[in-house]
Design a protein around this ligand. Sequence first.
Ligand SMILES: *Cc1c(COP(=O)(O)O)cnc(C)c1O
Length: 325
Amino acid sequence: MSTLQDLVAARHLIAPYIRRTPLVPSRLLSERAGTSVHLKLECLQETGSFKVRGAANRILALSDAERARGVVAVSTGNHGRAVAYVAGRLGIPATVCISERVPPGKAEAIRRLGARIAVHGASYDEAEAYARALQREQGLVFVEPFDDPLVVAGQGTIGLELLEDLPEVDMAVVPLSGGGLLGGIAIALKAADPRIRVVGVSMERAPVMVRSLQAGRPLALPEEETLADALAGGIGLENHHTFRLVQRHVDDTVLVSEDEIAAAMAWALREHHLVVEGGGAVGLAALLSGKAAGRGRPVAVVLSGGNVGQETLARATAGGDRPHA
Ligand SMILES: *Cc1c(COP(=O)(O)O)cnc(C)c1O
């Protein structure tokens, strides 16, 4: 499991490849929530999501021989983009496997970064099976999207930045899928003060980690269409790290509806002129809907990504922040 020291080491290593993203106060959300609310803008991160942090920390740890053979990843879009970007900057060949479900814009962005794209299967799990086969057959290094201590440590650098920018932070509201993001941030925050609350937010449609936490063991669920496409996919029935990490650290979980996600995307665009993708907006949706509430002390909400196509954005934001059919 990653430690605070691993996060500090990651921070130095990945600094040349990432942006130190801003933490901005949201006056309107603070008024609504009755406490000061700050937005961590990973939607402005290099490649459009925080995933570049973990991918950089993992890929920079490769040996020369591994770099020469290359890397393979499976992705709902953002992890693939992050892997393609880091591998491209280091001159390492990269193959990214995606399912037919991944929005075409996300696939195109990965291709433009110089990675080879393999479209395979109707779900994340099917694309993953194909990536594992390439790993075995071609001796490629499989870059995990979340279930790897180096990836977790990379994502956890967000927690270090939060503590610097908002030392009095009392609660972090974090999008939750495989748990690398939440787990990494929790390592930093809980080391600073175990009383800081960490709240995970997933979509109602196939929230695999939340159902697994409730069951006490990793589960698999059929994938469903959702605006939060970056959160779709399983946590691995053989999950090694992040299930236990999230189980240990998460204080609460919240599920948000498609309408609430759309409303949060619309709100971010209208009130903050921020393009936030569905998966990146679930934390905001949890606060705006009142499903997550602060304790009268400062709250940080992670806006984890901004990679959304213009059409999806237009559709999601067409109803303003009223409930959306
Ligand atoms: C991957 C991703 C998440 C979830 O991260 P996990 O580490 O899998 O929990 C959240 N938001 C966005 C935009 C992502 O790309």
